[in-house]
Design a protein around this ligand. Sequence first.
Ligand code: LLP
Length: 433
Amino acid sequence: MGPGVLDPLLADAGLAPAPDGSLAMGGVRLAEVADTVGTPAFVYDAGTMRLRYGTLDRAFGGLPHRICYAVKANSNLAVLRLLARLGAGADIVSGGEMLRALAAGFAPQDIVFSGVGKTDEELLAAMAAGIGHLNIESLAELRRIAMLTDFHDHDVAVGIRVNPDVTAETHPYIATGKGGLKFGIPRDQFAEALEVIDAAGRMRLGAVAMHIGSQILQAAPYVAGMERLLELLEQARTAGHAPGVLDLGGGLGIRYRDEVPLDPGAWIAPLRGMMQSSGCTIHVAPGRYLVGSAGVLLTRVVFQKHSGGREIAVVDAGMNDLVRPALYQAWHEIVPVQPSGAPMVRIDVVGPVCETGDFLAIEREMAPLAQGDLLAVLGAGAYGFAMSSNYNSRARAAEVLVDDGRWAVIRPRERLTDLFRDEVTDPFAGKDS
Ligand code: LLP
């Protein structure tokens, strides 16, 4: 990959050469971080997150709006606190994310609880905490909430997440706006949903919502979805409801390779008229856009080998650390932290996990690698650590936050003994059956 294609990716990530020629993020040499905390390690740049938040915030101009950060993308408390301080709300999908959001300092009323399968326990905890909206995704869930509110004496504002039945071009695993998928209430059940709310004593319709998918690069599906939301808003008003919020969900894509992402201005522009005429506060729920480019995964080359005419670099980060290449065939750019300038060769960059699908890159054009070389995997700020696991009994990586020349560990590397701390070795020992 030539420098022309790489430059915007480095700029997106706040990466630039340090005086010694090695790669630095937000004024911190990545080699220094790796030498101190070891690898693999996720490193996030606070400056990039602030920049992204500010750009999106300003794109709304004077329109009443709230950016509800999708916690699932990166739920480290330091990342959450940073975004809460900027004025973000939070979009959560589990009781665990709720606890994290509250612990990081989000006000309960600034939290929206989405998700197709909330349990009674999660719903009651959300009501008790005074969560802003429960975004419901099925009639069954709505009826369940009606029952719980009556029984437990709670008032609750719900958002109806509608399935707008629009197609967004993205990986099929992360497209959510098409009819027949598990997400949202089909439009033809909207009237019935309103009736359930009417019949329930303590529920009110606070929002009409959608989320059409993730890593979306065009505005058109949002425009199509928004048109449908406005029709339903009208229908709700006619039926006597007064929702104050229109929620467009997240999904704004980023550059991983040579994509041309939609900048927030170009995203909002074709929607502005409709947003204005809705008379509602507009909610958006981006995850990846705010944090994806702001993170790298640092990994070192453990061994090199040649096999079947291929050049293979085995690195110390695997699919348990960053599953996106294995799961979505996702491209993550990989750059040496100390550039060599040597002519490019084709290399398979693979992890240590015992699966053929455990790779970060296949036949990637890059300068030759040697044992011990430090690499930065770009675009790892979203759905990186958050999707990591302990597969192969590997400790989850350290996380580091960089902020304008300073850096701090925001989650230490897991200790291997912690991985089996709560396991019971011999559960029936001494107990006769
Ligand atoms: N709101 C809802 C209801 C969602 O389900 C999602 C993401 C978002 C907001 C935020 O979407 P974003 O702005 O980050 O695109 N693991 C996949 C992405 C899964 C997205 C799931 N839902 C990946 O690594 O590409």
